[in-house]
Design a protein around this ligand. Structure first.
Ligand code: NAD
Ligand code: LMR
Length: 428
């Protein structure tokens, strides 16, 4: 009775973990084929506990179904992807996979530090959501092939329920074959003391080459998110050299900056991050990005009103979000990896499953001229997603200060693209 009371009182989140652990334990107890069955020991406490467990598991699976149907919300929506991942692992009644259930996900630069954090998140379903199986493809350069083999072994050893295969490649064309979602992390990272421009020449050359592999080998509607820096310009180069891929399918990640802005506002206001909505990252994933709070809300009220300190919001807040990547490099002597991987999952999850009613996120997408941003630049905008497509949020008021900051970032992106083209011409 005590065990049952305790189990009845734990939260669903803890319980999801418990279900996974107990089911794994039960599975391990199954004898290997041909092995002599071990005599079963009966124990009154364990029998009653397992009856309680079965009852609780049925109720939990029922609540998962309700939540999938949307009648009961997950406890927090910001971490929705991760709870769905738990759900995917915890519900033993997942249907047998069909070809449509399997999403082929490519991670480039998979032997690197973001790749190492990202691959398990993807295999747990954090990017593609519940009910999908993952065929994972990992690409890196020949030099990193041994490390890549190690990543594959570790992914296999995690025995993820949703992961149907893990394949490693050093040949980009083979890696791109049949890909649904391409997460482009491969490239040279910025080290301490380096400017982003220092890595530009090397990385744009990679993206020109990989563009043609994606165009010729990936699925026609492949969704691409570029993470490697300079992320916006790499994405623009990729789009330019893969003209057969729909322009809307090439994006770059500014979700990490968006999440950083939400976290800073949450901390400053003393509210949970889940209560902070509709901040915007405009422009480049660089120190000219403009984290805009003019339309953000905290617990449904304007963020400026809640925080009540415009000097902070126009000063330190902007500086901290802009320089967060550099601050992490300073502290870790390595570029952000865990938060980058988690933000990739958020980016892909929302793109596939849609943003919530009345909420938007930030994504680097090809400009259609909205808000006076030069057409063709890959620029971070506020976007909503529905039916696997993003749309730029229209009609937001832009004050004079915002206009100036948005234009500065657009100017930097224009110059960065010119420099990239110059580097490509020189190396041709
Ligand atoms: P890392 O050096 O640990 O990993 C990069 C990996 O890419 C390496 O394993 C390298 O061998 C591989 N690589 C190099 N050239 C390749 C090629 N042609 N094909 C396939 N793989 C190749 O670096 P990291 O810390 O994982 O960061 C990766 C990139 O992401 C960097 O450019 C970094 O600046 C960027 N980044 C972006 C964001 C963002 O928010 N957009 C955040 C953090 C880091
Ligand atoms: C980050 O924002 O953490 C990275 O893009 C920093 C960098 O330059 O690698």
């Amino acid at each position: 009775r005590i065990v049952r009371t305790v189990v009845d009182n734990v939260t669903d989140d803890v319980y999801a973990v418990h279900v996974v652990q107990v089911r794994a334990r039960l599975a391990r107890r199954r004898p290997a084929p041909g092995a002599r069955p071990r005599p079963r020991r009966r124990h009154p406490v364990s029998r009653s506990t397992s009856r309680g467990f079965a009852r609780r598991a049925r109720a939990f699976d029922g609540r998962c179904r309700d939540r999938r149907r949307g009648s009961v919300p997950w406890r927090t929506s910001r971490s929705r992807g991760h709870f769905d991942a738990f759900e995917a692992r915890a519900t033993a009644t997942m249907p047998a996979s069909t070809v449509d259930d399997v999403v082929t996900v490519l991670i480039t630069g998979a032997a690197g530090q973001i790749g190492y954090a990202l691959a398990p998140m993807v295999c747990a379903g954090a990017a593609t959501g519940p009910g999908k199986k993952i065929a994972l493809k990992l690409l890196d350069v020949e030099f990193a092939s041994e490390a890549l083999r190690g990543v594959k072994m570790e992914i296999m050893d995690c025995a993820f329920d949703a992961c149907v295969s893990v394949d490693v490649f050093t040949d980009c064309e083979k890696a791109c074959e049949g890909v649904d979602v391409a997460i482009m992390v491969g490239g040279f990272p910025r080290k301490q003391g380096m400017e982003r421009k220092d890595v530009l020449g090397k990385n744009v050359a990679i993206y020109k080459q990989q563009a043609s592999a994606l165009a010729s080998k990936a699925k026609k509607d492949v969704k691409i998110v570029v993470v490697a820096n300079p992320a916006n310009t790499n994405a623009k180069i990729l789009a330019k050299f893969a003209p057969s891929i729909p322009r809307g399918n090439v994006t770059c990640m500014t979700r990490l900056d968006h999440n950083r802005a939400l976290a800073q506002l949450g901390e400053r206001s003393g509210k949970a991050t889940i209560e902070v909505k509709n901040a915007i990252i405009w422009g480049n994933h660089s120190s000219t990005q403009y984290p805009d709070v003019n339309h953000a809300t905290i617990e449904g009220k304007p963020a400026r009103e809640v925080i009540g300190n415009d000097a902070y919001l126009d000063g330190d807040f902007v500086d901290v979000v802009r320089a967060r990547g550099a601050a992490i490099i300073e502290a870790r002597k390595l570029s952000s990896a865990l938060s980058a991987a988690s933000s990739v999952c958020d980016h892909v999850y929302d793109w596939i499953h849609g943003t919530k009613e009345g909420e938007w996120t930030s994504m680097g997408v090809i400009s259609d001229g909205s808000y006076g941003v030069p057409e063709g630049l890959v620029y971070s905008f506020p976007v909503t997603c529905t039916g696997g497509k993003w749309q730029i949020v229209q009609g937001l008021s832009i004050d004079e200060r915002s206009r100036k900051l948005m234009d500065e970032s657009a100017k930097e992106l224009t110059e960065e693209f010119e420099l990239a083209e110059q580097c490509l011409a020189e190396s041709a």
